[in-house]
Design a protein around this ligand. Structure first.
Ligand SMILES: NC(=O)c1ccc[n+]([C@@H]2O[C@H](COP(=O)([O-])OP(=O)(O)OC[C@H]3O[C@@H](n4cnc5c(N)ncnc54)[C@H](OP(=O)(O)O)[C@@H]3O)[C@@H](O)[C@H]2O)c1
Length: 288
């Protein structure tokens, strides 16, 4: 078995290892906070290490920045000239001003500028996959349509959506192809089970975020639930590895983008693709 051991899955005409990397925590362990920015050399080394270990799917956004670090700039510095097979997935919708404050809900026409901002920061002429990240319930067709206009112009190759309900996903599909859905999902969250299933029916990727952090969300992992520790001991893995493996066991269409600011955790997370759980362990974890 090559790569992470988790297998591969298609994002449109691009195929990626099911175990990728989320770049949000590269700017500091507490994203969006005014806390201490990350060590620059460490973040760059982590990106290079990830790609050396076979990561070919990196998730990012222009709004992933702390006071002095930008995830996109770190990716550009660490990885350009980019390997041909590297798929960088970015997201638009949310936008932050120079002081880090959130700019509020965008109009469809605003998404062009956000895509161009990602192109500049990443040093690319086109983006492989761009997710339209919603602010919650409501229509999505006009925003998703604006991204498809950029596909026609050659600035974007594939469109995805993020933070959507099944209804929003189905609405997005009326406008054009959607190659992935990125939603919050973890073994101890009742969030997005229906969206994960719908993506399976459609044969498109479901990409969980906060799979390790769970209810801790941006603040990070909280005290571990007992059954995760029990299963971790049974399979000889860490709780975080079990959390990643649990998501990958939800279907071949489920990808993982674990995020970390810790080089040791990066290696551990990339080893999680080889953690195998029994049906009974998956069932017990799902009851957490
Ligand atoms: N579409 C969206 O709205 C959205 C929202 C949030 C995130 N995302 C994307 O999803 C990615 C994943 O989310 P995430 O980074 O917040 O959460 P995550 O991968 O679920 O978990 C990160 C948290 O777990 C800790 N952690 C990571 N690996 C660990 C390990 N092996 N052992 C112990 N603790 C570990 C991290 O702390 P350390 O730093 O100390 O390792 C951090 O507190 C992000 O990087 C981002 O690309 C998308």
């Amino acid at each position: 078995m090559t790569g992470s051991g988790a297998g591969r899955f298609a994002l449109g005409d691009l195929t990626v290892d099911r175990l990728g990397f989320g770049a949000m925590r590269l700017t500091g362990s507490r994203p969006f906070s005014a806390g201490e920015p990350s060590d620059r050399d460490t973040s760059i080394a982590m990106l290079r290490r990830a790609v050396d270990r076979g990561v070919d799917h990196v998730d990012t956004a222009a709004f992933y920045f702390s006071r002095t670090r930008s995830a996109n700039e770190l990716i550009n510095t660490a990885l350009a000239p980019y390997p041909d097979d590297l798929v960088i997935v970015t997201k638009v919708g949310p936008h932050r001003g120079l002081d880090g404050s959130w700019n509020g809900k965008p109009e469809p026409a605003d998404l062009r500028g956000q895509v161009e901002e990602n192109l500049r920061q990443l040093g690319r002429d086109h983006l492989s996959v761009v997710n339209y990240r919603t602010y919650g319930p409501g229509p999505v067709a006009e925003h998703v349509g604006a991204l498809h206009d950029l596909v026609t112009e050659g600035l974007v190759r594939h469109v995805g959506v993020s933070n959507v309900t099944v209804e929003q996903l189905d609405e997005a599909l009326t406008v054009g192809p959607v190659v992935c859905v990125q939603n919050r999902y973890s073994l101890d969250s009742d969030h997005s089970h229906d969206v994960l299933a719908r993506c399976g029916e459609l044969g498109i990727a479901f990409v969980p975020f906060f799979a390790i952090a769970g209810p801790g969300r941006e603040a990070g992992a909280t005290e571990e639930v007992d059954v995760v520790g029990e299963v971790a001991a049974e399979v000889g893995a860490s709780p975080a590895q079990v959390r990643i493996a649990y998501t990958l066991h939800q279907g071949d269409h489920v990808l993982a983008i674990p995020g970390t600011s810790n080089p040791d955790h990066l290696d551990a997370n990339l080893d999680a693709g080889r953690v195998r759980l029994t049906d009974d362990q998956v069932r017990r974890l799902g009851q957490a």
